[in-house]
Ligand binder design. Structure first.
Ligand SMILES: [Mn+2]
Length: 427
């Protein structure tokens, strides 16, 4: 299924007069603050968040999975779904593939299908956190950290195979997230496990093309509950630094213990030029993988404040990070959830772009915390939704993507096309 420009146009016609009124009003408010709204809009239009191929189906918990109906049955249909998201919001112009759930069997067909929908291939993701059928060695006790060199060899070869698929599709980066760890004290030798992981990553790193980047993701616990080999940003940064200049840390918002100051981690990594990838989601307790901005939109704004500072600093050594949504949808329609997530990301980004950075630095230099808070919250509390809508309108997308999605009855159409009891590959 595809959403046509005519359908978008018809939807937009309904809300255009109201949108014009709201946006004109906002533009005046921003003008009074000496903010050029078009400059902000252009940055929003250029900001593309990748959708992972596993996010289009219903996610489960370790207890149950309640399929939602009309789930994509193939990689082609997953690309169709991302294409629809991109048609609606103009901000989801990339897909991040997971291997082996989504092995492209006909590379040329997959490439041209994605290109026709305006989609690029972002980072490719390996999977050594579960055993595949007919796999020679189990990952039950780890992959790159495994005590058995044959299991490590298999995991290294898998990552090299993922790079191979990525190369064919035009990806430029590999994301490595390892579930490796232990659940009981004494089970694993911390030092040996980290050393083995480093040695294996080195081989994978050397197997990447010259223009590729490696993103090393960290996570403090889960699926193992006592220790994780790459538990935090410090360990990831240590590995990335030793691997080489094309290895970076990847920050996943859900991969921190409660109340961690993620914005500070972002600032530190960008200062070192080592923030390579970013996974968006939201959480209350752990790696809850909820809709971005559903719980802590202010924290997201504070994180974007640091991201913008790092990205706008001409002397910053940090490349533009690869952005991806990494969430699971076990209650909502995944496409609706993703539309909400992208909007929350764009809003936080826009809010961070209108912070008066000169005044903020003055407040900091004169040790004036009250004034600093005023400046931050002045930006945060400005309703920029009409500006995001204008960015979408200019990009040929929907003024109100969520409303358009419901009004077009997309899910009903998908159920008609694909059936009620389809099941997307993934978790
Ligand atoms: Mn992640």
């Amino acid at each position: 299924m595809r959403i046509t420009t005519d359908q978008i146009q018809t939807q937009n016609d309904k809300t255009l007069p109201q949108h014009r009124e709201s946006f004109d009003h906002l533009r005046l408010i921003l003008e009074r603050k000496n903010i050029d709204s078009q400059q902000v809009i252009d940055k929003i239009k250029n900001f593309q968040v990748a959708i992972p191929s596993w996010a289009l189906g219903t996610g489960g918990t370790r207890f149950a999975r309640f399929a939602g109906g009309g789930e994509p049955r193939s990689l082609k249909e997953k690309i169709d779904d991302v294409g629809m998201l991109h048609a609606l919001n103009g901000g989801s112009g990339a897909i991040s593939l997971h291997i082996p759930w989504d092995i492209p069997s006909d590379v040329d067909a997959v490439k041209s299908h994605a290109a026709a929908l305006g989609l690029a291939f972002d980072a490719v993701n390996s999977n050594t956190f579960q055993d595949q059928e007919n796999q020679g060695h189990s990952y039950k006790f780890g992959s790159l950290c495994h005590t058995d060199s044959r299991a490590r060899r298999q995991a290294i070869d898998h990552n090299l195979e993922v790079i191979h698929y990525g190369k064919e599709l035009g990806s430029k980066s590999l994301t490595v997230w390892l579930a490796d760890g232990s659940s009981f004290p004494g089970q694993m030798n911390f030092r040996k496990a980290l050393q083995r992981t480093f040695d294996a990553l080195k081989e994978i790193y050397q197997g990447m093309p010259e223009d590729w980047k490696m993103f090393v993701e960290y996570k403090p616990y889960e699926p193992y509950f006592y220790h994780t080999v790459i538990q935090d940003w410090g360990t990831s940064h240590l590995l990335a630094s030793q691997l080489g200049e094309r290895a970076f840390t990847l920050v996943d918002l859900g991969h921190h213990l409660p109340n961690t100051n993620i914005e500070q981690i972002v600032a530190t990594l960008m200062m070192q030029g080592k923030l390579g990838g970013f996974h968006f989601n939201d959480s209350k307790y752990g790696d809850d993988d909820l809709t971005v901005g559903a719980l802590k939109p202010y924290q997201l704004f504070l994180i974007f404040n640091e991201l913008v500072e790092g990205m706008e600093d001409p002397s910053s050594p940090n490349p533009t990070p690869a952005w991806m949504i990494d969430a699971s949808h076990n209650l909502k329609d995944p496409l609706e959830d993703l539309l909400q997530s992208v909007e929350a990301i764009q809003l936080a980004y826009a809010q961070a772009l209108i912070i008066d950075r000169i005044k903020l630095e003055e407040a900091r230099e004169t040790n004036d915390p009250a004034w600093a808070q005023e400046i931050l919250q002045e930006a945060y509390r400005t309703d920029l939704r009409p500006l995001i809508a204008e960015a979408r309108l200019q990009a040929g997308a929907a003024i109100k993507p969520f409303g358009a999605y419901r009004s077009l009855k997309v899910r009903d159409q998908l159920i008609k096309e694909r059936g009620l009891k389809t099941m997307a590959t993934g978790l």
